[in-house]
Design a protein. Structure first.
Ligand code: FES
Length: 113
């Protein structure tokens, strides 16, 4: 890990707080809400807010495999890519790269605004 990479890593929570089958809310610096998922020991993060109607996926979503379904209107997204997979969702969710270091989940903010 280079120094510049390390500087862009922001700690979110302990890895063991992200349970398979559940969706954990985390906040980025500045308060942006992200949803954290764990599937088969791999960790993923997307924006928490559904792109269709402002639902919180950590509050009103459910996860099955690599797909998160929004309970408001049953749209869904692939958590690996953010791709919208079921109508009425047609706009992708933003995804965030994660790193697991010493049992801690970090988001790599890169040059994100
Ligand atoms: S608000 Fe999520 S599918 Fe409509």
């Amino acid at each position: 890990m280079t120094a510049s990479t390390r500087e862009s890593l922001v700690p979110l929570c302990a890895a063991d707080e992200v349970w398979e089958g559940a969706i954990k809310l985390a906040l980025l610096p500045g308060g942006r809400r992200v949803a954290l998922y764990q599937v088969d020991g791999e960790y993923f993060a997307t924006d928490d807010t559904c792109t269709h109607g402002e639902a919180s996926l950590s509050e009103d979503g459910s996860i099955e495999g690599h797909y998160v379904q929004c309970a408001w209107h049953n749209g869904s997204f692939d958590i690996r890519t953010g791709e919208a997979c079921a109508m009425p969702c047609s706009v992708a969710l933003r995804t965030w790269p994660l790193r697991i270091v010493d049992g801690q989940v970090f988001v790599d903010m890169g040059d994100a605004p």
